[in-house]
Ligand binder design. Structure first.
Ligand code: FAD
Length: 497
């Protein structure tokens, strides 16, 4: 039941590539190369799973092709000793309409649990490494300091960004006022407000923001933060509640499984895993997709959910429009590191910590208690060049980075997925670079003949989140279904070469 993806380290096993997951699909293939499918979906993340299920429910014959051996893409969990570690997308909230709808659909809303527990009696509080000194503060002080800094940072209009993004889901409206903020980098904005921040505010807030955008400061667009802030109800408490609080007790792969199982249950979804797409050739009538191992598949429409940062690795015939290719070659900027530790310190359940700018991991907090009674810490590392971490090439440094957060920390297990070295992602959640939203977003969403694009990386609402992937997979599946029905192809599946 182990995927090839992910890594685990314990003292007993050393570093092991591949971790168990509910998302592994076996057998890896159930498809018919002679068949012309109505729709071929490339990518089995949330956008691709949603599109596959919806199209099958609408009576289309679907083939799902996925390069990995598992579903979920950038959102997947590894259950180790019955306990889920989230390797990518994790936190969800009822303010995210599309993912909430999925949780309702599969009776999963009761699976939500609170990730950070701040009030464990006698537990660790918050540590801040600042100028080489480890400060200890309370969770209330942490919130006060970050909220104060956040408000100064975000308040470009005297209304905490409400006048700039009054309708967070309405991108066309937002585009009108966005240009100057989109051109601005996070570094530009910090330069504007740095003098208003106390040294502690600057240190803690920078540590927090560095893992929010996951990029180098001059490569992350300030508009993206305004957008997140607006989506999260224009205030810090909701930012934390929506962005970093509620996760699934059963793990994200359980939700992905539900969608996949429902899709398969229709009897209309075939699939091939461990099948990386190489070429997409649209002859105007049918589209032929060739995988790296030379297999070919045909369909009337393609739903392509390949992440922005790797879209340029696919050969499109005819070639993609310049703007799409350019956007992919530039890529979004988020190269954050996410890493879990199981530590033999129950009191660390209530820990929160920042270690910025020199920590190899920048930010951590208690994320759960493992079946062994140990604390599970989730940590993130920034993309600053002098500290950017590849945990699998440097386990000792990774352990020391956890130990630096609090004296007495004893690391027993590490679990992680290295997203920036993953050839099918080349980055974490979407965070566009300065100027990219205004220049490329619309172009990324446009179809290319019979190929339609769906991705969290270019969705409208919760772009960069699980919710955005589900929204965009749903949007594109509606368009494709309507077209195929209008063309009268329904039930005319045939086999021919
Ligand atoms: P993906 O999930 O990337 O799916 C695309 C699929 O295409 C992948 O399965 C990939 O393997 C496949 N593919 C790529 N190349 C090929 C090829 N050549 N041939 C065939 N298949 C290919 N979101 C939240 O809402 N909450 C969070 O807490 C959160 N935290 C995150 C933390 C991390 C570390 C990361 C990485 C992401 C996080 N996100 C979070 C974002 C969220 O995970 C993503 O936005 C979402 O999962 C993307 O879904 P998608 O379907 O658009 O893309």
């Amino acid at each position: 039941i182990s995927s090839r993806d992910g890594f685990q380290w314990t003292e007993a096993t050393g570093l092991v590539a591949g971790v168990p997951t509910l998302g592994l699909i076996q057998p890896s293939s159930d498809s018919n190369k002679e068949k012309v499918y109505d729709v071929l979906v490339i990518g089995g993340g949330y956008a691709g799973l949603t599109a596959s299920r919806n199209l099958a429910l609408a009576d289309n014959q679907v083939l799902l092709l996925e390069a990995r051996d598992r579903i979920g893409g950038r959102s997947w969990s590894s259950n180790i000793d019955g306990y889920p570690y989230e390797m990518g997308g994790t936190w969800v909230h009822w303010n995210q309409p599309f993912v909430w709808n999925e949780l309702r659909r599969y009776d999963m809303t009761e699976q939500l649990e609170v990730s950070p527990r701040k009030n464990v009696e006698g537990g660790a509080r918050v540590t801040v490494m600042m100028d080489g000194e480890l400060l200890h503060i309370s969770h209330d002080e942490e919130d006060e300091v970050i909220e104060s800094a956040f408000k100064k940072f975000i308040n470009v209009d005297g209304q905490f960004a409400r006048s700039i993004i009054p309708y967070p889901h309405d991108i066309e409206f937002n585009m009108k006022g966005v240009l100057s903020y989109d051109k601005m980098s996070m570094a530009d904005r910090m330069a504007q407000v740095a003098s208003q921040l106390t040294p502690l505010e600057k240190n803690m807030f920078e540590g927090f923001l560095a893992i929010t955008h996951g990029a180098k400061w001059d490569e992350a667009s300030f508009f993206e933060l305004l957008r997140w802030w607006a989506l999260m109800n224009y205030n810090y408490a909701d930012f934390m509640a929506i962005g970093l609080t509620y996760k699934l007790r059963c793990g994200q792969s359980a939700l992905a499984r539900h969608i996949f199982n429902e899709a398969r249950g229709t009897g209309k979804v075939d699939y091939c895993f461990s099948t990386a797409v190489d070429t997409v050739n649209d002859n105007g009538d049918l589209v032929e997709v060739t995988s790296r191992d030379g297999s070919t598949f045909r369909a009337r429409r393609i739903v392509c959910t390949i992440p922005l940062n790797v879209l340029h690795t696919i050969n499109f015939v005819p070639a993609l429009p310049v703007l799409k290719t350019e956007a992919s070659l530039i890529g979004h900027a988020n190269q954050v590191v996410k890493c879990h530790a199981e530590v033999a310190n129950p009191e660390m359940r209530s820990l929160g910590a920042t270690n910025y700018p020199d920590g190899r991991l920048t930010y951590t907090f208690g994320d759960g208690t493992t079946p062994a009674g140990n604390t599970h810490l989730v940590a993130f590392g920034s993309s600053l060049p002098h500290v950017h971490l590849s945990p699998q090439t440097d386990v000792e440094t990774t352990k020391r980075a956890f130990e630096a957060f609090h004296p007495g920390m004893q690391v027993k297990r590490l679990v992680f997925h290295n997203w920036h070295e993953d050839e099918f992602a080349r980055g974490a959640w979407e965070w566009l670079r300065p100027g990219m939203t205004t220049k490329y977003l619309q172009a990324l969403r446009e179809r290319h003949g019979n190929v339609l694009f769906a991705s969290s990386d270019s969705s409208y609402g919760w772009r960069g989140f699980i919710d955005g992937a589900i929204e965009d997979g749903g949007r594109v599946s509606r368009v494709v279904d309507q077209e195929l029905k209008a063309a009268g192809h329904k039930h005319e599946v045939f086999t021919s070469k």
